[in-house]
Design a protein around this ligand. Sequence first.
Ligand code: SME
Length: 179
Amino acid sequence: MAERLGRNDVMDRQRKIATYEQVSQAIEATLEGETDLLAAMATVVCLLHHAFDAYFWTGFYRRMGPERLLIGPYQGTLGCLEITFDRGVCGTCARSGQTVVVPDVHQFPGHIACDAASKSEIVVPVFDRAGRLIAVFDVDSDRYDAFDEVDQRYLEQIMALLSRFDMAPIYHLPSIVSC
Ligand code: SME
């Protein structure tokens, strides 16, 4: 069985907090004046992915149906294209509307292994200003136990920044009735 690394082996807590503070400021500054949700998602992914060694796969799954997630902007190895709400860590997050932290993905029933190198994971819900789920933000690490309450707190704050974007996801647009 692979050796489990403690949280402090992955990254010192204070260093992690300082890095999240810096990245959060960089994200806010970069997104100032931006109105396009896709551009914002791509920016968030890029800045976070390159700030942390523990981030192995970083990306969004967008809500594209009542219970359907479709891949959005991401960095890392090839991600699964589509995930339904009844599957995986992403589906669990989408169903509950709550952040899910998984210290060991091999112990999570139904975990979807897009890449066998993934060992731990955090998935954070993304809501629009009306409180509707529009996406989930998924980070995988190639280390066990890489994510804790610090990651949850900062990632939830960063995802809250996306609620101000006006571009509604397709799922929430009024349906077009043909004559
Ligand atoms: N592991 C996720 C699937 C997405 S990939 O990690 C990129 C899950 O179980 O939902």
